[in-house]
Unconditional design. Structure first.
Lengths: 153, 153
């Protein structure tokens, strides 16, 4: 077994044995193979539905490095990232991910990863209601931001 | 303009004027129309690439209510949620979202929302490299979790 995946698995085991959340662990390493941060699912312990293993380890790595940009880093996770986590990984500029279990494996034990993926592919449209209103009242926010050459990340 | 969207817009304005992040604001209200939490993009201020307005306001609302389950709540956001935020909203069990600007509007001022949506629809596959390894070494985590009737959220 890959040595970094072994550590991600240990993170998952730690989280479950401490009742912190689901059986998911992740680590981030830099280009030299140094471990920057380890994390596990903390949804139950922190009452935070966004505290999946990947989001937790990204937050931790960014805190340690003092940046929101993890370019050059690699993420190992014990399960295929859900769409929230995958998008978080992209926003963090991580380009390489290794995962072990699949979204279908997570689905089989009751997690909704595969349902959310299907929604984003255009199925299950009843999952959530989205309605657009007041664009004309808010678009000025974007025009102002662009005009002032503000940071894009 | 809808009174809740007006507040989401004010949150966005607050965030930009304090250099906390991009021009995005969001609020969460309960079934009676009470405001549970307000939030804005905090990526720059907190060096956290996951600190979009919607994620920030979900964390804040969960903290206030002491739960990871926001069933019955409604979210207003000044821009269409990116896939990370939309998935976070689904994980939080929020079923109704009102948004103002679109993913294309965000794309026009340089944000990657639309590119990530396209990736999840099966395009832009070069955006990130995902590789599966060691499933057989990690699947036991899921079997154990299921066997012990652990919490699914």
């Amino acid at each position: 077994m890959n040595k970094f995946m072994e550590i991600a698995k240990e993170c998952a085991e730690h989280g479950v044995s401490h009742n912190e959340g689901g059986p998911f662990g992740a680590i981030i390493i830099d280009e030299s193979g140094n471990i920057i941060a380890k994390g596990n699912n903390m949804v139950l312990a922190s009452n935070d539905p966004t505290a999946h293993a990947e989001v937790t380890v990204i937050r931790e790595a960014c805190k340690k490095l003092g940046t929101y940009d993890l370019s050059g880093c690699t993420l190992y996770t014990s399960c295929e990232p859900c769409p929230m986590c995958l998008s978080a990984i992209i926003w963090a500029n991580i380009k390489q991910v290794y995962y072990a279990c699949t979204r279908e494996d997570a689905g089989k034990i009751g997690f909704r990863d595969d349902i959310i993926y299907e929604y984003l592919e255009g199925k299950n449209k009843e999952l959530i209601k989205l309605k657009q209103i007041d664009r004309e009242g808010c678009i000025g926010l974007f025009n102002e931001y662009e005009k002032n050459n503000k940071v894009i990340y």
